[in-house]
Every structure is written in structure tokens, then in C-alpha cells.
Design a protein around this ligand. Structure first.
Ligand SMILES: [Fe+2]
Ligand SMILES: [Fe+2]
Ligand SMILES: [Fe+2]
Length: 407
């Protein structure tokens, strides 16, 4: 089977950026956790590969959190009932993604107290790695209030003191000791500033060779992204996956095959990844949106485009996914590209997206009948927005496509 080089460092960073969007006003949590966990691991003389993989686990540790409300709770208290939910979800997502499955166990236990971890039958390595994520995560929660106002340099001794009181209870003593040794200098905290954080991550990534992935692994990676975004709202459950199936079937109807076909499916899985930035208050809103809310909603396909450019450099996936709200008339968004710039694959994803969305319930309307949906698509063809050939293919096998959309 043919292998495709993928920059996993960039892919993980991009997924972390996408998860950052959930934070809205408190971004880069995953990256700070990653960099702190790696610094502690380096201080403990963990092997290089272990230090690198804890960096990646740090970036992804909250991949089970898609909702801004849940994110807020996570960043406001040290421990709370229900903390395990996002650990279980995140671990399940990761274990279904072969290139990242090795990080699943530590994500599963990243909110478990050390004293409890000692009673759980997991190997010691997993225990320590999970607890290191927990430690870095909680340090970040304590430092966040002081990041923007420059007060961290006067506050960090209190943070170190607080963490020390939790040694042996919440956190492994050897991890707390290592943290206390390296964090008692200004430089540790100043490295958390966004520009240094990004620079450090770029530098680490520049030494890492591409990973060769086969198509199933690549698709599992895309599926992981799509799971995170679809979990954001009960209304968009499986939306991305269904759009991907519809788009794949349409592409096959047009004779597209091989790697190109697989990329259409991946673009379908990834098209709404930028929606992570949109609050679920807007996505789940029952009535019409205000102009400001609509503007926020409308930026998601641009965010999709930019995130995917980092992962699939040199591929058409960012274009096929990022252009899904463009129209043939050039009055879509965010590029206002028209007929000439839109590949057949873009048009396919656009039609698949509208078709699936209309077949699915939304907070402001019920599911639409197949007859209604076909009429709606046809009127969008007639007013010049949608591609007539794509809509014709879909209409020709309407029952089949409807099953892909909802069944
Ligand atoms: Fe976290
Ligand atoms: Fe969209
Ligand atoms: Fe969509």
C-alpha cells in the first residue's frame, strides 16, 4: 500500500490549534501544558522520544472537550465531578486513531489523583505520564489569571507552594519535586508567552522527519478531527462523517478514484473543523442569528482552510474543505471565489454539506423531507449558486444519498 508523508508535528499542532479555538478567550492551554510537561520530563532525564511524546500528549490531552462551557469548567476549578467524562471521550478518540493510539492511556487518566492512580492496574510508565499531564494541566489553570496582566512573575512562588501542598495526594512526589526545581526561575514562566511558545514548538518540529502513513491511518487522523468538531453540538452529531460519505459517493459517480477519492472523503471529514471556534450558544441557537453572530459563524470555513494548510501542505484538501461555503456566483464566503476557481471536488463538498444539513435536525427547524431538500437544491441551481451536474447526480440516486445523510 502506498504511504503518504505527513508532518505529524504540524498535524498535532494544528489539532491543538483547533482545540484552542474551543477556549476562545483562553487559548493555547494545550500548548502550555505540552511545553511544561516536556520541560519536567527533560529535567527528569526521560529518553528523548518520551519527552517528545509527552509534548504531543500535552497538546492533545483535551481532545475530548469540544464545548466552550465544558472548557470553562475545566479551567476554573482544580477538581470537579464529571472531570472524567472528557478524559474517557478523549482516550476513546485517540485509541481509534492508529497514529496517536499510543497516547490514549495517559489521556484517559489525566484528571486522576496520584493516590488513586496507585490503586488502578496500569503500568507505572502510564501512571507517571498521565500524572505529569494532570500536573502541567493544573499548573496552567493556576497561572492563567496572571498571564495577560504581567503578574505571573510576582505570583509564581505562590503557585509552586500550592502545588507542593498537593504532592503525594494529587501528584507524584517526584514530578512535583522536578517541577519545583525548574519553575523557581522567571524564565520558566516567561516561556509561556504566546510568541515564545509558538517559536519553541516550531523549533522542536523543525528537527522531526515526516511520518509515513497509509490511507487508513490518514483517514483515522481526519476522523479524529471530525469527531472533535461534530461533538460540539448534539445537532451536528456525525455531520462531518456523513458529509464525507456523501461526498465520496458523489465523487465516485463522477469517476473520481484512487488517492483523489480518498482526499475528497478527508476534505468532507475536515470541512467544518473551523467551527470549533464558534460558541455552541450560536450553533445551538433556536432563532435567527444577529449580524455579529452570523459573522462569527461565517469565519469557520476560513479557519478550516488555514488549519488544514498546516497539515496537508501541497494537497488540495485545504481548498476542497475550506471553500465549502463558496458559490458559483462568487457571493459565498470567505474568499468569494466563483465558478472558475471552484474545482469539481469543492462543488461536491458544498452540495454534500447542504444536503446533509437539510436532512438533519437543527435548533431552528425540523429535518426536511427528501422532496423538500431536492426542490431546495434545484432552486439553488437555478439561481446560479450550486453546480447543476452535481445536483443532478445526487437527484438521480436521491434515496441512496438520503440514506447516507440520515440512516
Ligand atoms: Fe486541560
Ligand atoms: Fe460549514
Ligand atoms: Fe458543514
Amino acid at each position: 500500500m502506498k504511504l503518504h508523508p505527513i508532518d505529524m508535528h504540524n498535524a498535532i499542532t494544528a489539532l491543538s490549534c483547533a482545540l484552542d479555538l474551543v477556549g476562545v478567550d483562553e487559548v493555547k492551554h494545550g500548548k502550555r501544558v505540552a511545553v511544561m510537561a516536556r520541560a519536567i520530563a527533560l529535567h527528569l532525564d526521560w529518553p528523548e522520544a518520551e519527552c517528545l511524546s509527552i509534548l504531543y500528549a500535552g497538546m492533545l490531552h483535551d481532545c475530548g472537550v469540544s464545548r466552550i462551557h465544558e472548557h470553562r469548567r475545566i479551567t476554573e476549578t482544580l477538581e470537579w465531578d464529571g472531570a472524567e467524562d472528557h478524559c474517557i471521550r478523549g482516550a476513546a478518540y485517540l485509541s481509534a486513531c492508529q497514529p496517536l493510539a499510543h497516547l490514549s492511556a495517559e489521556v484517559r487518566y489525566h484528571h486522576t489523583r496520584w493516590e488513586k492512580l496507585l490503586e488502578i492496574p496500569v503500568d507505572h510508565r502510564t501512571r507517571l505520564r498521565a500524572n505529569l499531564l494532570f500536573l502541567a494541566d493544573r499548573i496552567d489553570v493556576l497561572q492563567v489569571p496572571f498571564l495577560d496582566n504581567g503578574m505571573i512573575l510576582t505570583e509564581y512562588p505562590a503557585i509552586i507552594a500550592r502545588i507542593k501542598t498537593l504532592s503525594g495526594v494529587l501528584f507524584a512526589p517526584e514530578l512535583v519535586d522536578a517541577f519545583a526545581e525548574i519553575a523557581d526561575v522567571e524564565a520558566f514562566w516567561l516561556a509561556m508567552e504566546p510568541e515564545y511558545l509558538d517559536e519553541d514548538l516550531r523549533n522542536i518540529g523543525s528537527h522531526i522527519p515526516s511520518t509515513l502513513l497509509d490511507i487508513p491511518a490518514l483517514k483515522e487522523l481526519a476522523r479524529l478531527f471530525s469527531r472533535v468538531v461534530d461533538a460540539k453540538s448534539p445537532y451536528t452529531d456525525e455531520h462531518s462523517q456523513r458529509v464525507a460519505h456523501i461526498a465520496r459517493q458523489l465523487a465516485m459517480d463522477f469517476g473520481i478514484e484512487g488517492y483523489e477519492l480518498e482526499q475528497v472523503e478527508m476534505a468532507g471529514l475536515l470541512h467544518d473543523i473551523g467551527k470549533l471556534r464558534v460558541s455552541e450558544d450560536i450553533i445551538d441557537k433556536p432563532g435567527g442569528l444577529t449580524p455579529e453572530e452570523r459573522a462569527t459563524m461565517h469565519r469557520h470555513s476560513y479557519d478550516t482552510f488555514r488549519i488544514l494548510q498546516r497539515v496537508f501542505e501541497g494537497s488540495r484538501i485545504p481548498v476542497w474543505a475550506g471553500f465549502h461555503h463558496e458559490t458559483l456566483l462568487g457571493d459565498g464566503y470567505p474568499f468569494k471565489n466563483g465558478n472558475k476557481e471552484l474545482d469539481l471536488e469543492c462543488r461536491i463538498i458544498t452540495v454534500a454539506d447542504i444536503f446533509q444539513a437539510l436532512a438533519q435536525e437543527r435548533p431552528y427547524r425540523r429535518t426536511m423531507t427528501l422532496e423538500y431538500i431536492l426542490n431546495d437544491l434545484q432552486s439553488r441551481v437555478e439561481d446560479g449558486h450550486l453546480d447543476a451536474k452535481v445536483v443532478a447526480k445526487l437527484t438521480a440516486s436521491a434515496e441512496l444519498y438520503y440514506r447516507l445523510a440520515v440512516a
